[in-house]
Design a protein around this ligand. Structure first.
Ligand SMILES: *Cc1c(COP(=O)(O)O)cnc(C)c1O
Length: 455
C-alpha cells in the first residue's frame, strides 16, 4: 500500500488530472453490506482499480480549480502514524496535545498574536469561521447568552463582510442563529477589496436604526480573485467602533511564511481571530483547518462546559486543563496536528514559504501570457495566485463555461469557473507545489485550442 501511494505521488504527472467516472465503477459502490469478508489484498486491489483513478486530481500539477492543496508525502506518512496511535485529542494528559499546542504556538508567533491567544485544529475554514462568529457573539451578548439563548436578548446583532467573501461567512451567521440577512455585504473597490468608506457608512446607518454592529469578517485572499481587504484600515474601524475583527485567511493567511508576500497581509496581527487552512497553501493532506483567537479566555468561555465525566485533575490522566474540547464543539478529535508538525519539521517553514511564493510567480507568468494573447482577456487584477480570464468571443459566457468543462474532461489541466462582475471567468488558482511553468503554458494552449473549436 505504501509503495502504491508513493508511486502514485511520484507519477502523478503521467495520469490525467481527472477523468469521468464509468457507470460500472460508480455502481460498484452501491452494493449490499457484505457478510463474508474479503482478503486485505483483494480490497486493496478494488481500491487501486476503482477508487484511486477517480479522485478530483488535486495532487496533479495541472489541477487549478477552486482552492485545493496538493498534499505532501511527509504528511501522508504522518497520517499513517497518527492512525496507528489512534489518539483522541479532545483532552487528557498526553504528548499528542503538546504537539497541537506546539503548532498553535508557532502560528501564534507567525501572526504576532500574544501569549494568551488560543488555537484549535478544525476540519476547515468553514468551521473556523463559525467559531470566530460564535466567540464574537458571546463577547457581544455576554456569556449568560449561552444559558438564556438568543431570544432573551432584544439586541439585533449585525455583521459586515465584502461582496467577495466566502459563503461560509453567511453560513456561520445562519448557524449562529443571527441570520444571513444580518450580514451586510459591503461593496468592493477596483482591486476587489472591501470599501472602507462604505463599511463605515453601513455601520453608522445600522446604529441609527437600532441595530448592534458586532463583527467584521475581512478576507485575506478572496476565493474568487485572491483579493486582500485593507486590514490595517479595517482594524482601525473595528477598534473605533468596538467590533470584533475576524480574518478569513483560508488559503492566503499562510503567505506569512513567504517574506515577499507577507507584507500584503499587514494588519492581520491586529485581528481578534484568524481562520485558515493548512490543507490549501500549507500543502497538508486534508483536513487541517485552524482557528486562532487573540483572547484565549473569551474563546474558552464560549465553549467550555462542565460535565462530571470530563472532570479535570492536577495529576493523572485527567490533568493538563484546558483541553481542546473547551475551545470548540468537538469532543473526540483526531491528531491533525501531527501531519503539520512533521511537514514543518521536515521541509521547514521557509521552504513552505518558497512554495507559496512560487505559485504567485506562476500566476504572474500566466497573467503576462494572457496579456500577450489577443484572443484572451484578463478579468481581474492578479494579487496572489488566482487568475481569472476568458476567451474573447460571442456568447462568451456559454463558450467559456464549455471551455472549462472541455479542459477538465481533457485531463490536461483543470481550472474551474466563477463570475467576475457579471461575466463567466475561467479561474485558475495555482496552489499545488507540483505545478510548473509548463502547466501554465498547457492551460493557455489548450484554452486557445478549445476556444477556436467552440466558436
Ligand atoms: C476554502 C475557503 C473557505 C472554506 O474553507 P474550507 O477549508 O473549505 O472549509 C473559506 N474562505 C475562503 C476564502 C476559502 O478560500
Amino acid at each position: 500500500m505504501l509503495d502504491d501511494m508513493l508511486d502514485y505521488l511520484e507519477k502523478t504527472r503521467e495520469r490525467p488530472v481527472w477523468q469521468p467516472i464509468p457507470d460500472e465503477v460508480r455502481a460498484a459502490f452501491n452494493t449490499p453490506l457484505l457478510t463474508t469478508p474479503m482478503s486485505l489484498p483483494e480490497v486493496h486491489e478494488l481500491f487501486m482499480q476503482q477508487v484511486l483513478p477517480y479522485t478530483v486530481g488535486n495532487t496533479h500539477p495541472g489541477f487549478m480549480g477552486w482552492v485545493h492543496g496538493g498534499g505532501n508525502p511527509v504528511g501522508m506518512l504522518a497520517e499513517m502514524l497518527a492512525a496507528g496511535l489512534n489518539a483522541n485529542l479532545g483532552g487528557r494528559d498526553q504528548i499528542p496535545l503538546e504537539v497541537e499546542r506546539q503548532v498553535t504556538a508557532w502560528v501564534r508567533d507567525l501572526f504576532g498574536f500574544p501569549l494568551g491567544a488560543s488555537g484549535l485544529f478544525v476540519t476547515g475554514t468553514s468551521q473556523a469561521n463559525l467559531i470566530g462568529v460564535l466567540v464574537a457573539r458571546a463577547t457581544a451578548l455576554g456569556i449568560e447568552m449561552r444559558r438564556n439563548g438568543l431570544t432573551s436578548d432584544r439586541r439585533r446583532l449585525v455583521a459586515y463582510t465584502s461582496t467577495g467573501a466566502h459563503c461560509s461567512i453567511a453560513q456561520a451567521m445562519d448557524v449562529a442563529g443571527l441570520g444571513t440577512a444580518a450580514l451586510r455585504m459591503i461593496d468592493v473597490d477596483d482591486l476587489h477589496r472591501m470599501d472602507v468608506k462604505a463599511l463605515e457608512y453601513a455601520i453608522a446607518a445600522d446604529r441609527q436604526q437600532g441595530y448592534t454592529p458586532f463583527f467584521i469578517a475581512a478576507s485575506a485572499g478572496t476565493v474568487d480573485v485572491g483579493a486582500i481587504d485593507p486590514l490595517i484600515a479595517l482594524a482601525e474601524v473595528a477598534r473605533r467602533e468596538r467590533l470584533w475583527l475576524h480574518v478569513d485567511g483560508a488559503y492566503a493567511a499562510l503567505a506569512m511564511l513567504a517574506p515577499d508576500i507577507a507584507p500584503l497581509l499587514a494588519g492581520i496581527e491586529q485581528a481578534d481571530s484568524i481562520a485558515f487552512d493548512f490543507h490549501k497553501w500549507g500543502q497538508a493532506p486534508y483536513d487541517a483547518g485552524f482557528i486562532l483567537v487573540r483572547d484565549g479566555v473569551r474563546h474558552e468561555a464560549t465553549f467550555s462546559a462542565p460535565a462530571a465525566y470530563l472532570k479535570r485533575a492536577t495529576r493523572g490522566m485527567a490533568a493538563g486543563s484546558p483541553w481542546p474540547c473547551d475551545f470548540g464543539t468537538d469532543l473526540s478529535r483526531g491528531f491533525r496536528a501531527l501531519k503539520v508538525w512533521f511537514a514543518l519539521k521536515v521541509y521547514g517553514a521557509a521552504h513552505l514559504g518558497t512554495v507559496i511564493s512560487h505559485t504567485c510567480t506562476l500566476a504572474r507568468q500566466l497573467e503576462q501570457h494572457i496579456k500577450r494573447e489577443a484572443e484572451l482577456e484578463l478579468l481581474a487584477p492578479v494579487t496572489l495566485n488566482i487568475v481569472c480570464f476568458r476567451y474573447r468571443c460571442k456568447n462568451a459566457d456559454r463558450v467559456n463555461a464549455d471551455i472549462v468543462v472541455a479542459l477538465q474532461e481533457s485531463g490536461i489541466v483543470a481550472p474551474s469557473t466563477t463570475t467576475v462582475r457579471g461575466v463567466v471567468a475561467i479561474r485558475a488558482a495555482i496552489v499545488n507545489h507540483r505545478t510548473q511553468a509548463k502547466d501554465i503554458d498547457a492551460l493557455v494552449t489548450a484554452t486557445l485550442d478549445f476556444g477556436k473549436t467552440f466558436t
